[in-house]
Design a protein around this ligand. Structure first.
Ligand code: ADP
Length: 751
């Protein structure tokens, strides 16, 4: 109805005649007057209008009972129309009451003409339109005025009711009083008030912010009525908070990033730079503004990046160098983000990869070192292997030579040759050992052995070495320890001999104490701990780790000790590959103690094996004819000499290779000694051919391998090749004799 350009009117009056009179005065008097509705029944009847009240309402309030005032207030509130109170009585205080209750005007019946009434309606129309605009603005801007009367202490927030709930209004009434008091106390004229409404479960249901403004007044003569505005600024506040949060988040990232982040013009003049960035450039925050960051870019790749920045080309993780003022260099990856085409600013992100580069370099060098070490070891192992055969000849021949008639001087030189060559052989064996260990080629035995025998043997052997020293050799064995254990006796012997040998070597005075104790037992396994203590020269702390590496030896100014620096490396490898651990405690000039532990099985006592008995020669047959299949002339000579030395009557036939051995095999032999690596046909092939011989007397001939390859004994490898046994070069003459006799007897026992 209001949309039409006419004014609709509602007249509420108890007296129907009065209402009718109003209608007549207005009807058809002006083209502006639209529909006129009369309500003459009960006062409450206006409730039938729900949302569409006419623009102007005349409401008769008679004598102004409290009820009527309340109704008026309600009507004003609900209708938002232009309400004019009418009365029969012309009374100023009544008029004031009406206006206070929200009426826009007050009219005394019978005191105006029809024209005056029409004028009034037309003006009301204009005022109403204007008020509506203001209200709309208030509602949209959530801004309203309030007033406070000091004398009555009443707060009028009626305007604000357009956008505030009852609860908010109640809350703000208190705040307004407080704000006025604050202003009177000389505090601020403006106040931001947070408001929260908790739900039943104490959870914040509603959170708002209000801005309270006071119209300034002088403190000396403060007026009775103080006014101000109230505005709901929740939205703005929320946006601000969100902005602040986002800003803070980015500031945190900027400040705490481990990447250097800076803002600069494309010419290198910095605006901002975070801590990591300052560190990379090597500048302080204070000096930043006087610095051109681009001066730190290296002249090659850095320069290329700068050219691209000039053209605003995209740059992502490009490697450059930042060269600081002091000359130090940081390796970085740079990425660049441009602001916009118009702006001459860009953001640079620098990732410092210097440490990573160094680490990579170290890794590369280590790898190279490792590779070259491995190559070195391989080379040495190969050479050592080749050297063993001639060494065998030297040891063997010097041994034979010692049995001939020599004068004292000759014997002295020869002894030195013999000792040195044995020592050299020891080194070669060590080298081959460590190489096998490193390549995982060693297989450990698990056989019964007597730990007491083993330890006593070591002490016995070492006793010769301490004979000319003031050193006591002591041995103690835990009585709880089972006597027979299962494991690799030879390897344990080797470890103990290494460690105890070192102890003797590095001790001139005092003691060398070997101890073996039981640490624990579980089922049929025991944890055994060995210790080898000495009162020798000791080992400085900083060397105590390195001595376990290959070829590491401590240099002493005053003295030279024999050795290769391989013993401990071999021992450590042997122990660790059997699941044990080795460690040392030592003090220079006081002594050292080496410890190692090992898990071993408890063995069972066996009746002594026949081979441990010394073969009694009177009972056995001597060999008459032996074939030596060997291509190396020196070795042929050594073997021949050793054999004839033992059995002067023995007939020896030499075959220079496997094929020759095969050709000769028909001429009756007691034993064949077979070198494995020979030209034309090797020992393996020759053995195979002999085993396939049609004559069983020949195919079952005892064949003993003669080899420099110590691996032959591992895992009974020789049996695979149908060999009856083996002799490792360089041979210990007694072992050679023993093995030959053992096989002769075996063959004869079979017959
Ligand atoms: P080698 O004894 O052949 O030189 P090792 O590997 O057995 O090689 O020992 C390495 C080094 O450790 C020795 O050269 C020596 O400096 C030191 N070392 C080993 N055992 C002892 C010990 N019991 N007392 C003092 N120093 C020792």
């Amino acid at each position: 109805m209001e949309n039409r350009n006419t004014i609709d009117i509602l007249i509420i009056d108890d007296t129907a005649a009065d209402a009718r009179l109003f209608q007549l005065m207005l009807e058809d008097q002006s083209p502006l007057i639209g529909d006129i509705t009369l309500l003459t029944g009960s006062q409450a009847a206006f409730r039938t209008f729900t949302d569409q009240f006419p623009e102007i309402i005349f409401m008769n309030i008679g004598a102004f009972s409290e009820d009527q005032i309340e109704s008026l207030e309600k009507l004003v509130h609900q209708s938002q129309s232009y309400v004019i109170a009418t009365s029969d009585i012309d009374d100023h205080s009544l008029a004031e009451k009406a206006i206070r209750a929200g009426a826009q005007d007050f009219l005394v019946k019978g005191q105006f003409t029809s024209e005056e009434l029409i004028k009034m309606v037309e003006l009301a129309h204009i005022k109403h339109r204007r008020d509506k605009k203001i209200r709309w603005a208030q509602k949209t801007g959530k801004l309203a005025a309030w007033s406070y009367q000091a004398s009555t202490q009443l707060v009028d927030l009626s305007d604000a009711s357009i956008f505030l709930s009852e609860a908010q209004l109640d809350f703000l009434r208190v705040e307004v009083v407080q704000a006025v008091e604050d202003a009177l106390a000389g505090k601020s004229w403006k106040k931001e008030i947070p408001y929260t409404l908790a739900g039943d479960d104490d959870v914040v249901k509603e959170k708002k912010y209000f801005l309270l403004h006071l119209e300034p007044f002088s403190q000396e003569s403060h007026p009775d009525i103080i006014q101000g505005t109230i505005q709901d600024i929740s939205e703005r506040k929320k946006t601000l908070e969100l902005q602040e949060e986002t800003h803070q988040k980015y500031m945190d990232i900027f400040a705490n990033s481990s990447d250097g982040i800076y803002l600069s013009t494309v010419l290198g003049l910095p605006k901002e730079c975070n801590k990591s960035g300052l560190e990379i450039f090597g500048i302080s925050a204070d000096s930043m503004s006087q610095t051109n960051l681009h001066h730190f870019f290296d002249p090659k790749k850095g320069h290329e990046v700068l050219v691209d920045i000039g053209y605003k080309k995209p740059i992502k993780n490009r490697e450059i160098e930042i060269i600081r003022k002091d000359g130090s260099v940081r390796n970085c990856l740079i990425s660049v983000v441009y602001f916009s085409n118009e702006s001459d600013m860009y953001t640079g992100i620098l990732r410092d990869i210097t440490e990573r580069k160094i680490a990579e370099k170290i890794k590369r060098t280590r790898l190279l070192e490792l590779e070259s070490n491995q190559l070195k070891e391989k080379f040495i192992a190969a050479i050592s292997h080749e050297m063993r055969t001639p060494m065998n000849a030297i040891v063997g021949l010097s041994n034979l030579l010692l049995d001939t008639s020599l004068n004292d001087e000759q014997r002295g030189y020869l002894k030195s040759i013999h000792h040195s060559s044995e020592q050299l052989l020891g080194i070669l064996n060590d080298i081959l050992d460590i190489s096998s260990l490193k390549n995982g080629k060693i297989v450990f035995e698990n056989k019964n052995f007597d730990i007491h025998d083993l330890l006593h043997n070591i002490v016995h052997n070492l006793s010769y070495k301490v004979a000319d020293k003031d050193v006591r050799l002591e041995l103690s064995i835990d009585p709880q320890l089972p006597k027979i254990l299962k494991g690799d006796k030879l390897r344990i012997n080797q470890i103990l001999y290494n460690l105890a040998g070192n102890a003797v070597k590095f001790t001139d005075k005092g003691f060398v104490r070997i101890n073996c104790s039981l640490l624990g037992q579980s089922g049929d396994t025991v944890l055994v701990k060995f210790s080898i203590a000495d009162s020798g020269i000791g080992i400085p702390v900083e060397k105590q780790k390195a001595i376990f590496d290959s070829f590491t030896r401590i240099k002493y100014k005053e003295r030279i000790f024999e050795g290769t620096g391989l013993g401990l490396a071999i021992s450590k490898n042997l122990i660790e590959q059997q699941g044990g651990k080795i460690w040392v405690t030592s003090k220079p000039n006081e002594g050292s103690t080496f410890f190692f532990d090992m898990v071993l099985e408890i063995g069972e006592e066996t009746t002594p094996e026949t081979h441990t008995q010394q073969p009694s020669e009177t009972l056995i047959i001597h060999p008459n004819r032996i074939m030596i299949a060997e291509d190396n002339k020196m070795n042929q000579l050594v073997a021949r000499k050793l054999l004839t030395k033992r059995w002067p009557e023995l007939e020896i036939v030499i075959a220079n290779n496997g094929q020759e051995a095969l050709d000769l095999v028909d001429e009756h032999f007691d034993v064949i000694l077979m070198d494995l690596y020979m030209p034309v046909m090797d020992g393996y092939a020759a053995t195979k051919a002999i085993r396939e011989h049609h004559n069983p007397n020949i195919s079952t001939l005892p064949i003993l391998a003669m080899t420099a390859d110590a691996q032959i004994q591992e895992g009974d490898k020789y049996l695979k090749y149908h060999l009856d046994g083996f002799i490792v070069k360089p041979f210990d003459p007694s072992v050679l004799y023993e093995k030959i006799l053992a096989h002769l007897n075996r063959t004869h026992a079979k017959l």
